[in-house]
Design a protein around this ligand. Sequence first.
Ligand SMILES: [Fe+2]
Ligand SMILES: [Fe+2]
Length: 451
Amino acid sequence: MPSAANPAPVGSSQGADELSVHDLAGVNRRLYHATLLAGRTLAAFAPLLGDVAPRAALVRAVHALIGQSVLLHDRLLEMRIRPDELGTPGPAAVEAADELLAGSGDRALAFAAALLRGLEDTFTELQGGCRAEHAFHDRRLYGACLALVAEGTEPYQPHPEDPEGPGPKVSADAAALRTVADFLAAPCAAGAPTTPTGTPALRVPDCPTRRYPGWASFVNAADVEFQDPGTNDPARTIVLHALRKGIATEFISTDIPLRNIAEFPDLPLRFYRDMARHAHDELRHTHLLLDHLTAMGEDYRRVAFRIPDTYSAMAGQPLDFRLIVLSRTGEDAAIEALADAIPRLRSTGYADVAVMFDHVLADELRHVAYANHWLRHLHGDDLVVEAVTTRALERLNVLVEERGLGDYMRREPDHSARRGRHNPDLELRRLAGFSDHDLARMAAMSTGSAA
Ligand SMILES: [Fe+2]
Ligand SMILES: [Fe+2]
């Protein structure tokens, strides 16, 4: 018989619709903590997985798990659980998470596969037990969670020449199953959470550099001179270059938001949802770019391209620094480049690539908007965000100098002034979450009348 302290075990044969709201909330609370903790734990591994297929498996698992935690959390609040009653994951689950973090990426992927399978069984049983009309919302909840499990386990369709073959071969070994049991079965600790979501700080090992696939030709920036293709190049060369450059930058743009999920426990749940979505978008972009290169008859590994490692300039830095360098000023540059390229692609016979980049542009606007939103959350005020942006970019330039990352990485510290001088599309910038203050400064700079 379930009790308040130890509600019905997940996978209990008792129908979910026979449980009181309180006891069913206890089950959901355990699953909420399990999915959020597992998603955050797995997110730490992104820079350790070199090639496309294992990254796809990891990103899909993280996106699915964080998505489930958001659904479970929303339902918990509907079930008379107050935010100060969320509790925390049990000590066994936190210990298992720290142990996973000390291990390999392969082990993490095996755990992800086993956990998603365990969750599939759990949600299937819970959904099957919600037969009564009073369990309507619970039946919907578990159905939505099952849809996310299916997304999380969707097999990656590899490029024909993908050196990783048909995706990672993950098997749920005994160790992975034991870890899954620690996540799913350990009771939550009761009481007020110490963070907004109840999720704990994790022992995430530093990861100052990322692992690149052999074909990616990432090199120390000091050794290369970054060059855009000449404007006289044929359209095909420009399109190939844009696709290939995109693949390189999508990798970095996947890793940073995932590391943010793993390393920062003090943010609201929406932050983890945004970062998981951001990483998932970048994975999709990687696949889209690969597909278009393939459709153009090119093997992406043989399209010559070298780009500096911009991951190392952000790894280990504070959250606001990362949001500014990657998104508020970095992906913001991509907005202008894409908006400029899309009509030219259409007019030069690459309508299909133009449509793809149009969708990518919509995603990139959202990524910048996430950064602007969370920077305001961290600093509270547009003027402070602007000052913090300037300081972060000054600090970036010092790092670039110290580490020999090259001119490609250098940024002008006054971001709005720089954007303004390049006649930015202010409507796009508004969609990207820049404030009225930011937009006014950009507009003023573009006419040269700013103080
Ligand atoms: Fe992207
Ligand atoms: Fe992006």
